[in-house]
Design a protein around this ligand. Structure first.
Ligand code: UDX
Length: 486
């Protein structure tokens, strides 16, 4: 008999649902492991046989904190299984989540072939009454199209719904188990109800106690998670709008950073100063070398495409992209400013992953920066705690250093690219003395400028008085750039 775990208030767990997850990528695996962990029976199906074999052996194909433990535990409990054959994963499913990639094709359009293949598998193998839920980010109107396919293949015996994911890499397990909201788009109340049965343990905030302790701590839990049950097109648009808003927010603070570099001021304090205003909020105001990753770049382009093909100009999205492109160039332009020529210069990149706590290099600013530095004649080395191989196009151009010490030795500049917490603990004095030129470009504003300067570095942060002396030490020397009316 299956063991029953208790929740914080001693309430029994919600009834288990039989779930299928199509696609064993980041979203699919995190969703599957978390749904198993809250008590559901989850069969994961992926067309990649090698991947399912290694998942069965307990090997996760990417770094995601907390995921390995959950997968091992739930595979052991028997609630989580992996399949290559859809005919093995789908026959018992009450709800089937489609969690596959939706890359942008060469013409900029979203490539829906994986969504269509997964939908085909569900329509062929799922039992009557199953709800097909698209969780892959797909253009508005995709769910309506999937519904037309379902109606054609199975009449009204397979309902279709949308349930966008808001999982950020590095915190995906927590994001799934303690979300800010759950968004559901569906045509029928029955489909919404089926999804609510799946999410009930999460929405109620009453997770099994062992999960609260091990994965979440007690932070982030709330009494009841808000649910937005709406139309499918609205749900699809919510996903794009959320990512676009976050990207715009980052580009906004990066624009302020560029202004701060010219007029004076520290953008990290500006961010704090505006973020304390509840109407603005403190999140996603970290200035840096710009956004990357598997979602923002492709989703912003896709949303822009949706607007422009309908004659709308999508000015905010275009501006956010433009600012981001400039931001990727920040490193090279600041290095040129400091070192004049880059030919033959030995540059060390601290970090490669597009953000900390992941090994993901998809649209990572580091790749663009490294390629441009190489193009300009620099000798580029890099160290990242989680990245052990470079993409093929950089393998002959960039050398991976085994550790930070070796990276620093003889370097003429170090560039902080990824904000790994362990980099914040580095002995800056030792690092500076190992370098030929102690220049530190802090692309994520991770270090305290004063501490870095005290350690012997020429320190350049993003939007941190790049062209000015530190404000607090010599305010009397500063003249406002623009006459201030009295
Ligand atoms: C994002 C969304 O957060 C998530 O909800 C969605 O499902 C997928 O896309 P992710 O790409 O994993 O998640 O990471 P996120 O933490 O959102 O960061 C995206 C990019 O913005 C990264 O390149 C990050 O370095 C950058 N960023 C983030 C900043 O430059 N400044 C910030 O303040 C926050």
């Amino acid at each position: 008999m299956e063991e029953h775990r208790s929740t914080r208030d001693g309430a029994p767990e919600a009834p288990a649902v039989r779930v299928a997850v199509i696609g064993a990528g980041h979203v699919g695996l995190v969703s599957a492991a978390c749904l198993a962990a809250v008590g559901h029976h989850v069969a994961v199906q992926d067309v990649d046989g090698a991947r399912t074999t290694s998942l069965r052996a307990g090997r996760t194909p990417f770094l995601e904190p907390g995921l390995d433990d959950l997968m091992a535990r739930e595979t052991e409990s028997g609630r989580l299984s992996f399949h290559t054959d859809p005919a093995a994963a789908l026959p018992g499913a009450e709800v089937a989540f489609v969690c596959v990639g939706t890359p942008n094709g060469p013409d900029g359009r979203v490539d829906l072939s994986a969504v269509l293949a997964a939908t085909g598998a569900v329509l062929e193998h799922a039992p009557d009454g199953c709800v097909l839920v698209n969780r892959s980010t797909a253009p508005v109107g995709t769910a309506a199209y999937l519904r037309s396919l379902a109606l054609e293949a199975r009449g009204d015996r397979i309902a279709v719904a949308v349930n966008p994911e808001f999982l950020a890499e590095g915190t995906a397990v927590r994001d799934f188990l303690a979300p800010d909201r759950v968004v559901v788009g569906a045509w029928s109340a029955d489909a919404v109800e089926a999804l609510m049965a799946v999410y009930e343990p999460i929405i109620s905030g009453l997770l099994p106690l062992d999960l609260e302790g091990s994965v979440l701590g007690t932070a982030g839990l709330r009494e009841r998670v808000p649910v937005v049950a709406t139309g499918p097109s609205t749900a699809e648009l919510i996903k794009y709008a959320a990512n676009a808003f976050l990207a715009v927010k980052i580009s906004f603070i990066n624009e302020i950073a560029a202004i701060a570099e010219e007029v004076g001021g520290d953008v990290t304090e500006v961010a704090r100063g505006i973020g304390l205003d509840r109407r603005i909020g403190p999140h996603f105001l970290r200035a840096g070398i710009g956004w990357g990753g598997s979602c923002f770049p492709k989703d912003i382009v896709a949303l822009q495409g949706m607007a422009e093909t309908r004659g709308l100009s999508a000015r905010m999205l275009r501006a956010a992209n433009d600012v981001n492109r400039d931001q990727h160039r920040w490193v090279v332009s600041r290095l040129q400013r400091q070192l004049k020529t880059l030919v033959g210069r030995r540059i060390g990149l601290l970090g490669l992953a597009f953000k900390a706590n992941t090994d993901d290099l998809r649209s990572a600013p580091s790749l663009e920066i490294a390629a441009e530095l190489v193009r300009l004649g620099a000798r580029v080395r890099a160290y990242d705690p989680s990245v052990k191989a470079l993409p093929p196009e950089l393998q002959d151009q960039v050398e991976l250093a085994p550790d930070v010490e070796s990276l620093a030795s003889g370097a003429e500049a170090m560039v902080l690219v990824t904000e790994w917490p362990e980099f914040a603990q580095l002995d800056l004095e030792r690092l500076a003395s190992a370098m030929r030129v102690p220049l530190l470009l802090d692309g994520r504003n991770l270090f305290d400028p004063e501490a870095a300067r005290a350690a012997g570095f020429t320190y350049v942060g993003v939007g941190r008085d790049g062209n000015h002396p530190p404000e607090r030490t010599a305010p009397q020397d500063r003249e406002p750039a623009v006459a201030v009316p009295r």
